[in-house]
Ligand binder design. Structure first.
Ligand code: HEC
Ligand code: HEC
Length: 207
């Protein structure tokens, strides 16, 4: 009896470690079956299997940085980022599953984006690359990079749906999106309606 327990415990532990690290380290192209099941039964409806969202109000996830995606998923689950839809989607998911989901969507290729209204995009380009020194808005490129590609911790903005970007900028401005928004609150609260619209149109067409 004692002997059996002695052997089964380490094996169970080893199996647990192997399963969780396999989920976390699955190379993005060979998707883990559990991760694909979650995507095909839940995420696909709004974000598509390839992370190209069905509607402009659902963010595109393709080519987004995995660390950023993982953090947002945890924040939705743990209530740090408020969204009834997303909190419901991820409330029963584990960190290892978030890692698998983030690796999958982060490895998808960003599809081509059509440019929007050229006049608005020109104003948007100015805000994006130079900010607005009259109202104290810093250039977005200072953090999100010259083409909006971001870094591991900083979200990629390039090619994101303008309608989604506008909503996020307004929420940062009003502190309704408050997971780590100290920085983005101070940026977004200084943007006018026109600047928000223009910079979102410009970003939406970046590849
Ligand atoms: C019914 C539609 C719907 C479904 C299904 C859904 N999402 Fe979302 N998702 C949204 C909306 C809407 C937002 C924007 C939330 C907000 O306003 O902050 C969002 C935001 C996100 C974000 C944040 C993106 C960013 O750029 O900050 C991630 C990551 C995400 N979803 C992943 C997932 C995953 C993974 C699944 C499947 C488990 C999923 N979503 C299922 C609608 C959906
Ligand atoms: C000082 C650095 C900094 C500057 C300057 C900055 N940002 Fe950000 N931005 C961040 C950080 C950090 C986050 C991630 C917040 C989080 O983790 O939720 C972010 C997030 C965002 C998001 C959310 C992306 C998503 O997928 O939901 C948008 C949209 C955004 N920034 C737009 C802008 C725009 C437009 C400008 C210029 C007007 C700008 N940012 C300037 C640091 C910066």
């Amino acid at each position: 009896m004692l002997r059996r327990k002695f052997y089964t415990l380490p094996i169970t532990l080893l199996a647990m470690v192997l399963t969780s690290s396999a989920l976390a380290q699955t190379p993005a192209t060979t998707a883990n079956p559990r991760v694909m099941e979650i995507i095909d039964t839940r995420c696909v409806l709004c974000h598509g299997r390839e992370g190209e969202s069905a509607s402009a109000v659902y963010p595109r996830l393709a080519a987004q940085h995995p660390d950023y995606l993982q953090k947002q998923l945890k924040d939705f689950r743990d209530g740090r980022r408020k969204s009834d839809t997303m909190s419901d989607m991820v409330k029963d998911l584990k960190d290892e599953e978030f890692a698998g989901l983030a690796a999958w969507f982060g490895s998808r290729k960003a599809a081509f984006r059509q440019p929007g209204d050229a006049d608005l995009a020109a104003v948007g380009k100015f805000v994006f690359t130079r900010g607005n020194s009259y109202s104290g808005v810093p250039a977005c490129t200072a953090c999100h990079g010259p083409s909006g590609h971001g870094t591991q911790q900083l979200p990629r903005l390039a090619g994101q749906h303008p309608a989604y970007l506008e909503v996020q900028l307004k929420e940062f401005g009003k502190r309704e999106r408050s997971n780590d928004n100290a920085v983005m609150h101070s940026v977004a609260s200084k943007l006018t309606e026109l600047e928000i619209r223009a910079v979102s149109v410009y970003i939406g067409a970046l590849q």
